[in-house]
Design a protein around this ligand. Structure first.
Ligand SMILES: [Zn+2]
Length: 303
């Protein structure tokens, strides 16, 4: 009994210390990166942003209109039910069955989490990340660098961006270049290489950004917007072409990374800690859930 109380007290202390750190960076995040508003549209209304909000963490998925009236998605958020995406589709008189294809920027759970809500869609990811998802029993088509996919009369171009994950991708459709987590937008609308936020190989990611800039830099008017996994869009290609200004671990990104830890912990077993409760039966406490609740409260106060 006493032992349990000690464990609980220790857990609570750890949670409170972590909370303090999270609360401290909420302020930084408030001023960080362009705003990411669910339902906002890009590319003359042909792309709609669906934001899966986890406390202060914003996860972007993009609903892309196709020439035949159907839809494709770039990323799917973290919500297995894809609630926000479905409500945007509903608002357009469409449903999950109108989604023909999912283009995943990478296999992380906060971007691929909603794919199960679109059983009629063909799922695409760069080969290396497609393989990762297949080991989880998912059906995914592997893409090659530079491949163009025609879906519903619209062409989506895919670029390999190894670094954040081995099979990270950028996609270009309707003049929007979707970078996923290969970069973050800073509050000055420049790019940050997003090194802290679960990136496998930071140097490789930066090399991928430089290579992409060289490949698309001459396409001018074809490319009108940069879109990201966790920040709002940035107008024009400028920040991608001016990689001399590429920061690494800017305060925006550090804040986003620390905050996203709480979001990710909430949905993984990693965040759960088994302990024996008073009745000596196994219970689990999910740090992530506790953190997210508290961080959401903090944000409500700020809002
Ligand atoms: Zn990621």
């Amino acid at each position: 009994m006493k032992f349990n109380r000690v464990i609980k007290f220790t857990l609570l202390t750890v949670v409170l210390i972590t909370l303090g750190a999270v609360a401290a960076v909420v302020g930084v995040l408030m001023f960080g990166g362009p705003p990411m508003d669910s339902g906002s549209t890009l590319a003359d209304g042909r792309v709609t942003l669906a934001v899966d909000r986890r406390g202060p963490v914003r996860i972007g998925a993009y609903v892309v209109e196709l020439a035949d009236g159907g839809y494709a998605l770039v990323d799917t958020g973290m919500d297995p039910a894809a609630g926000e995406i479905l409500s945007i589709l509903e608002g357009r008189g469409a449903s999950a069955s109108d989604v023909r294809a999912l283009f995943l920027t990478h296999a992380h759970g906060d971007h691929a989490g909603g794919m199960g809500a679109f059983p009629a869609a063909t799922v695409y990811a760069m080969a290396a990340d497609a393989e990762v998802l297949r080991t989880q029993g998912l059906v995914v088509q592997g893409l090659a660098d530079g491949e163009s996919i025609a879906v519903g009369g619209t062409v989506v171009e895919a670029f390999a961006m190894p670094g954040h994950t081995a099979g990270s991708a950028a996609y270009l459709v309707h003049g929007v270049l979707f970078l996923g987590d290969a970069a973050a937008a800073t509050s000055e609308s420049s790019l940050d290489s997003n090194d802290v936020a679960f990136t496998d190989d930071a140097a490789r990611n930066r090399a991928s950004l430089h290579a992409l800039a060289n490949r698309v830099g001459t396409r001018g008017d074809d490319l009108r917007l940069l879109a990201f996994g966790h920040q709002g869009p940035v107008q024009g290609l400028g920040p991608l072409l001016d990689l001399d200004g590429l920061t690494s671990n800017s305060p925006d990104t550090l804040a986003a990374a620390l905050l996203s830890v709480s979001g990710v912990l909430a949905d993984t077993k990693f965040g759960s800690l088994l302990y024996l409760d008073r009745e000596r039966t196994a219970s689990s406490l999910n740090f992530g859930d506790v953190l997210l609740e508290a961080v959401t409260d903090v944000q409500r106060l700020i809002d």
